[in-house]
Design a protein around this ligand. Structure first.
Ligand SMILES: [Fe+2]
Length: 239
């Protein structure tokens, strides 16, 4: 997996103090906002979006599914770009990077827990990606509900920040994922939920957590569509 390691992320290593991070300034093309509070998720340089796409393409090429997961991922990233008006301008690259990376945990080489949001996040954390990207991947599309019924929630602890599962960026990532079908086709959130429940079965973790996860997914989609409507209205009124 050559070329996969993001450059100049040493300052994000959990082993480094904030002072260490500040001493190891990243080059301008990988500028990262040091503020990673939920209300101020990381602003990423556009170069990381390209790197996220390359990492996803390399890893998902190893999934034995005739390219299905990669087609889905490409469509989710495109959908995230369509929905970029739902987030603050400085968060657009974060959203799109997370969209490219959200399903890399399906790559066989990354399998550690067998729970793809965590496996993807663990890999990204190991590769020193910004914590906001890592956290969004860990928590995409209501994964915390699935983790609870699978009893793997302890693996989510390193990635717990409210902004990773709620708020405009997390909602927009869920919107992009939950309005894109397995082959990259555009679907409604209700069609997506029904397809997942049908595919995984009534006894699946997805079905068992559906009473909690389903409404959360629908709320995230509705909130994003409301934000997009407001953004369009603001654009129309100012033009
Ligand atoms: Fe997905």
């Amino acid at each position: 997996m050559s070329g996969q390691r993001p450059v100049a992320f040493t300052r994000w290593s959990p082993l480094h103090s904030t002072a260490d991070r500040l001493q190891h300034a990243a080059p301008a093309r990988c500028r990262i906002d040091l503020l990673d509070a939920p209300e101020n998720l990381t602003a990423l340089d556009g170069a990381l979006v390209d790197q996220a796409r390359r990492v996803a393409r390399e890893l998902l090429a190893t999934v034995d599914d005739a390219g299905r997961r990669w087609r889905h991922t490409q469509a989710v990233a495109a959908r995230a770009r369509e929905g970029s008006a739902a987030v603050a301008p400085q968060q657009v690259n974060l959203l799109i990077s997370a969209a490219w990376l959200h399903d890399i945990g399906y790559a066989p080489a990354l399998a550690r827990t067998g729970f793809h949001p965590v496996d993807g996040a663990m890999h990204l954390q190991q590769q020193l990606w910004p914590p906001a990207v890592v956290g969004l991947v860990a928590h995409h599309s209501g994964s915390r509900f699935v983790a609870a019924v699978r009893e793997v929630q302890h693996h989510m602890i390193p990635f717990e920040r409210v902004g990773h599962w709620s708020g405009p960026v997390a909602d927009a990532l869920t919107w992009a994922d939950q309005t894109t079908g397995p082959d990259g086709n555009r679907v409604s959130v209700h069609e997506r939920i029904a397809e997942v429940l049908s595919r995984h079965g009534a006894d699946s973790p997805q079905a068992r957590c559906h009473p909690q996860r389903g409404p959360a997914l629908i709320n995230a989609v509705n909130a994003t569509e409301d934000r997009l409507l407001l953004a369009r209205a603001a654009g129309t009124s100012s033009s």
